[in-house]
Design a protein around this ligand. Structure first.
Ligand code: HMG
Ligand code: MG
Length: 291
């Protein structure tokens, strides 16, 4: 039997958060439902951040309330602070994620606080989530390059990853936020992170600005990583990381993994329908912005 590699679909959150034009809540819900049909078991669909900072995610509660839920699937939400945690609970998110940065410059731009300050906000979230057995994922952004600070040392990434893991995050997703990392940088970073967090608890989150995301996936596969984040239709970027292009497109990743002989549990035909939906939402957004 072939080995399983999981694709954690982040398009409805990491993809759509960056779309400038207003996208109807109903369209977001349809996209999530189609992704469920395609076979993903974890889908990030919401972000309970400040609606002033990220207006596109302001209807996250309605999206979580409006989707058709499936047994065994988890619908995830970002929570930057306790306010976000409470909103996520009210909307019945199945899992949440805290997001830290390995570089000070990006932490400040993204969260309006330094790395230490971000951990002060995450600590009560992890405490509260532990009491109700709510799974918490941890992101580390800028694992190789930061748009503000330049190259990021692997040891810095390892320190932040170790801390998130020690606080109770069940999985650490390593973000090449601006998609400029080379496989060599990813390898050095992973070798450092694997010293403090087992590879079985790591995920790769590679944006595709330099079209090297699949090379970085191959590198991470060779070092034992078996979970990868991707966004349907290659949607995305980050509003606070200038130059960040879309995420690795889920359909490209799925094809690539199947070609390598892995199982993903994702149906390419249903995924292709989701990618069509995602692309039409992108052009809708662009149209609304122009209008
Ligand atoms: P702040 O200004 O330092 O916080 O922002 P504050 O506590 O002073 O609050 C400011 C205002 O925000 C107040 O409203 C609060 O009520 C409100 P006002 O009085 O001005 O009307 N507020 C909230 N509203 C709703 N929900 C909340 C919330 N918290 C405060 N949870 C804050 C701090 C974290 C809120 C802000 O910096 C923020 O929203 N940042 C989010 C940035 C973001 O969403 N970035 C994109 C996601 S991360 C990413 O994409 C990277 C990733 O994909 C991995 C990778 O690629 O590397 C995960
Ligand atoms: Mg991202």
């Amino acid at each position: 039997m072939s080995e399983f590699v999981e694709i954690f679909e982040v398009g409805p959150r990491d993809g759509l958060q960056n779309e400038p034009g207003l996208i109807a809540t109903e369209d977001k819900i349809n996209l999530v439902n189609q992704l469920s049909t395609a076979g993903f078991t974890r889908i990030e669909i919401a972000s309970f951040v400040s609606p002033k900072w990220v207006p596109q995610m302001a209807d996250s509660g309605e999206v979580l309330q409006g989707i058709t839920r499936h047994e065994g699937k988890r619908y995830a939400a970002l929570t930057p602070n306790m306010r976000g945690y409470e909103r996520a609970l009210a909307a019945k998110a199945d899992e949440i994620a805290v997001f830290a940065s390995a570089s000070e410059g990006f932490s400040q731009a993204n969260l309006n606080t330094d790395i230490a300050g971000s951990f002060e906000r995450f600590a009560p979230i992890l405490d509260a989530a532990r009491h109700i057995d709510l799974p918490v994922r941890g992101y580390v952004s800028c694992v190789a390059e930061c748009p503000y600070d330049g190259a990021v040392a692997p040891e810095q990434v390892a320190q932040v990853a170790e801390k998130l893991f020690a606080m109770g995050c069940y999985e650490i997703s390593l973000g090449d936020t601006i998609g400029r990392a080379s496989p060599d940088q990813i390898a050095k970073m992973l070798l450092a992170v694997r010293e403090v967090v087992p590879a079985s608890r790591l995920a790769g989150h590679f944006h595709d600005t330099s079209t090297r995301a699949l090379d970085n996936v191959d590198c991470a596969l060779s070092l034992g990583v078996r979970v990868f984040d991707a966004a349907v239709g290659g949607l995305g970027g980050c509003p606070f990381a200038p130059g960040a292009a879309g995420n690795l497109a889920t359909e490209a990743l799925n094809d690539h993994l199947l070609r390598l002989g892995y199982e993903t549990g994702v149906d390419p035909a249903e995924l292709s329908k989701a990618a069509d939906l995602a692309r039409s939402m992108r052009s809708q957004g662009a149209k609304t912005e122009r209008d």
